[in-house]
Design a protein around this ligand. Sequence first.
Ligand code: SAH
Ligand code: DHB
Ligand code: MG
Length: 233
Amino acid sequence: MSDPDEFFGRVDHFLEGLLPPDDEPLVAALRDSASAGLPSIQVSPLQGRLLHLFARSIGARRILEIGTLGGYSTIWLGRALPADGQLVTLEINPRHAEVARANLARAGLTDVVEIRLGPALGSLDRMVSDGRTFDLVFIDADKPNGPAYYDRALALAHPGTLILIDNAVRRGEVADPRSTDPNVLSTREALERMGRDPRVDATIIQTVGAKHHDGFALARVRGPDDARNVKAL
Ligand code: SAH
Ligand code: DHB
Ligand code: MG
């Protein structure tokens, strides 16, 4: 195996070929995001499908995304919603939001998606004050705020809510005790918070593929009906 990233990328490409290809709105979203100069850091096509499947599997009607970029993951999540569902996606960069708006319109999702422009923490605190709740929260914005986003996600959750944290592994650096990278340290702090949080059952999964070695965390918010013994895990 020469370059592991290159190898895993080729395997991802093969696996993508086993599934229906991204349709026009998804392809166009990636194309227009790239030509607008947005960084190519969106979820991979296969990861987008996973987000979609998670949302569909729990019958999500209200979805919160932290970090919109050009709206590629937003399209996958928005398409999992019923016609009267709602997705709120938070983005600080007006240029990203503008590109996302056009991409979401082309995907026919304008009626179900609301882009809230501004620092995510402010938008989140307003939604907490308003007593909003969501069935699924996808955390994928600036990493230093990761622990704060995790806390807000819990405040906006109900029993059964799924919380996903992207970029949980960072080429394995999250496990390196010598790392001084603030992105790594805050990501680790978010995972530690989740890992010792009695309110959730959670796991952390490493991934390889079109993107470098990384991973995601998945937490499910517990309710009074959840069997207490599972927590021993
Ligand atoms: N979820 C997207 C990728 C998001 S990339 C996808 O997979 O398609 C991360 C995004 O978070 C970027 O667009 C960046 O501008 C945004 N961001 C960074 N800091 C932020 C903040 N404080 N509040 C809201 N959004 C932020
Ligand atoms: C970066 C951010 C992401 O959310 C991601 O999935 C990949 C890379 C980044 O900031 O480099
Ligand atoms: Mg990410």
